[in-house]
Design a protein around this ligand. Structure first.
Ligand code: GLN
Length: 261
């Protein structure tokens, strides 16, 4: 069983005596003297990765972090929630110790924070109203249409770099939202004609609302958990935990639970 591994290791470490620094072959090195806490932060409204269900924070990232941290010598702290574009600041100002928010590993973010090993791959999707009046099949087709994305996301970067900077979309046609749920509501209301959002989330919106995925724009993104650049201990512990949940089948179980396709 997965959980026994860390229990065994903990028992082993305490047998060695608290305060001893040990490195186990094949494991991350663990600093003795008491394990710390990992307080995770996320941005709900990004189903199925993190969202509220009757007030409770649930989702693939939530379950995955719980399973991963259980494999480490860290305690899982209480989840903190922020707007997506405030997460990096929350991390660097010590409000949280880890970002778990379907965050794509990008070079730009990597200048400010460290990422764990990748744990999920995704592309972008362009979603539109289900009525079929506007059914774009490429980014170019968005020309002249009001479009939306969530502030600080890679979806926003696609709109900026592929459309606005290319002169294909007026800046005034771009609408930035604090949260994708608000963007999709504006899409349903007819205030905008398309939303650019990570494909698994676009597909979930399409399952639950009168919107549909018009097309997928391949970006080949990889999600990682975010850490402070000086926090190699947590980063390494979580990488080892991630490997452990992949090896023991928990990762696959959670994928099957949260993703139908
Ligand atoms: N994966 C996208 C990004 O990192 C969107 C993440 C999100 O909105 N939670 O920008």
């Amino acid at each position: 069983m997965a959980r026994n591994y860390s229990m065994d290791r903990r028992a082993y470490l305490s047998a060695l005596g608290a305060g001893t620094t040990v490195a186990l072959a094949g494991c991350t090195s663990i600093t003795g003297g008491g394990s710390g806490t990992i307080t995770p932060g996320t941005a709900p409204g990004f189903q199925p990765f993190e969202f509220r269900d009757g007030g409770e924070l649930v989702g693939f990232d939530i379950d995955l972090v719980e399973a991963v941290v259980a494999e480490t010598d860290y305690e899982l702290g209480e989840w903190q929630t922020f707007e997506f574009d405030s997460l990096i600041q929350a991390l660097t100002s010590d409000k949280i110790d880890m970002i778990a928010a379907a965050m794509t590993i990008t070079d730009e973010r990597d200048e400010t924070i460290d990422f764990s090993d990748p744990y999920y791959s995704a592309n972008q999707s362009v979603i539109v109203r289900e009525d079929g009046e506007f059914s774009p099949s490429s980014l170019d087709d968005l020309s002249g249409h009001p479009v939306g994305a969530q502030s600080g996301t890679t979806g926003e970067t696609v709109i900026q770099s592929q459309l606005i900077e290319e002169g294909k979309l007026e800046e005034s046609n771009y609408n930035s939202y604090d949260n994708y749920v608000l963007a999709v509501e504006d899409l349903q209301n007819g205030n905008i004609d398309a939303v650019v959002v990570d494909e698994p989330v676009g597909a979930t919106f399409a399952d639950q609302r009168p919107v549909t995925v018009a097309f997928v724009y391949e970006t080949g993104e990889q999600y990682g958990f975010g850490f402070r650049t000086d926090d190699d201990d947590r980063t390494e512990a979580v990488n080892a935990g991630l490997q452990a949940v992949r090896d023991n089948g928990t990762y696959e179980e959670l994928r099957n639970e949260w993703f139908s396709g």
